[in-house]
Design a protein around this ligand. Structure first.
Ligand code: ATP
Length: 370
């Protein structure tokens, strides 16, 4: 009886694996950890056990691989994974990405890459005349197959008749499940949905994508859904960002359009993302969208906002959406006051100062609604 009671009073810690990576990755990961510890101090319902894994370019140069052969088995034991950034000129990007990020996304069936594109209060968009109400959408990017499935070959390498073949894989199962995730989200949040395609030129994969979109429209008649060609979507994102709500796109199109989205929302320092395994069979992975930014690495000046927001997305996925809301509104408060800003936002503050400013506006959950 006593034991049972004690178990209820002491929350089991969530186990989070940290992969700091390269460049500014370890710096923004430290800021994420700082925030996580602050939240554990504020919220008696939450505690975390964290472990860091040094799987980066240095590891590759020593071991010839980005992670050990049992890396996925190791990560599987965790409730969530947090990734800083991967990229180092000593290791070709396509090898580093394939052996670490894609291996985790595909190995853990993280088929949804959720990327909010939202202009926060206090952030500045390069679009004239557009405000926070206009730039507020979420991308649901297919994350497990499509153009990034990694199938292909190079024939006659180095010769004059060299040919590279890159295959896209669009399975009915793969398209249906990501599309369904997006339609459900649009329904729950009562937002319009845009499906991004290139069905006029991609006469196999695009056609299947569009056909499944039409089927979903029949199944979700209450969702205001439209199909946009990827080129038209790029145009409208700049001209009419207010048109977009939940945007579902393939791996490649989602990758490109969300960088455009990050620019609309104030820069790469604001772009957070979640690689979700919606069945929860495997852990999900959370990361800032930006890369290792070697030009500013080691100076302690990386904008930590994307990383802090990614922590919020992780807490939402673990069942604490109020914490994501609170983190985002704390970031907005800091941006609106404006006295603490990293150099990319026109200030002189260090990453740590920005995180501390965000933490200082957080309140314990019981006080949150007072
Ligand atoms: P990688 O090869 O790892 O992708 P990259 O420099 O090509 O690195 P990003 O890391 O995404 O690509 O950086 C693009 C630009 O944005 C760089 O000038 C970088 O300094 C800047 N940048 C990216 N992330 C941040 C951040 N968190 N804070 C400030 N500036 C950033």
């Amino acid at each position: 009886m006593t034991v049972e009671l004690e178990e209820k009073l002491t929350p089991l810690p969530y186990r989070v694996a940290f992969l700091p990576g390269d460049g500014i990755g370890p710096e923004v990961t430290n800021e994420a950890l700082r925030l996580l510890r602050a939240i554990a101090r504020l919220d008696p319902a939450l505690s975390f056990e964290t472990e860091s894994f040094p799987w980066n370019a240095d590891y590759f140069l020593e071991n010839g691989t980005m992670m050990p052969s049992d890396g996925l088995q190791t990560l599987r034991e965790f409730d969530a994974i947090f990734l800083g950034a991967v990229g180092d000129k000593r290791v070709p990007d396509h090898i580093a990405l394939r052996q670490l990020i894609f291996a985790i996304r595909q190995g853990f069936d993280q088929y949804v890459n959720l990327r909010p594109v939202r202009l926060l209060r206090g952030a500045i968009t390069p679009l004239a005349g557009k405000s926070t109400v206009d730039i507020d959408m979420v991308f649901v990017r297919e994350n497990s197959e499509g153009e990034y499935c990694g199938i292909g070959s190079i024939q006659s390498p180095g010769l004059a008749d060299e040919v590279a073949l890159q295959t896209s894989v669009f399975s009915r199962k793969g398209v249906e499940r990501v599309m369904r995730y997006a339609f459900e989200l649009a329904r729950i949040e009562n937002r319009p949905l845009q499906s991004i395609s290139k069905g006029n030129a991609l006469n196999f994969t695009g056609v299947l994508w569009d056909r499944i979109f039409e089927e979903m429209c029949q199944e979700y008649p209450d969702v205001r859904a439209e199909n946009l060609l990827v080129d038209a979507a790029a145009f409208h994102l700049v001209r009419n960002p207010e048109r977009f709500g939940v945007v579902v796109a393939s791996n490649l199109f989602g990758d490109i359009l969300t960088d455009l989205g990050a620019a609309l929302a104030g820069g790469l320092g604001f772009a957070a993302s979640a690689n979700l395994c919606p069945t929860k069979e495997f852990p999900s992975m959370f990361e800032p969208v930006h890369g290792s930014a070697p030009d500013i690495a080691g100076q302690g000046i990386a904008n930590p906002i994307a990383s802090l927001w990614a922590v919020g997305m992780m807490l939402a996925e673990l069942g604490y959406p109020n914490w994501e809301e609170q983190i985002v509104s704390a970031i907005e408060q800091v941006l609106q006051i404006g006295s603490v800003r990293t150099p990319d936002l026109g200030g002189t503050s260090k990453s740590t100062e920005m995180t501390e400013a965000v933490i200082s506006t957080l309140v314990a959950p019981n006080n949150a609604r007072e």
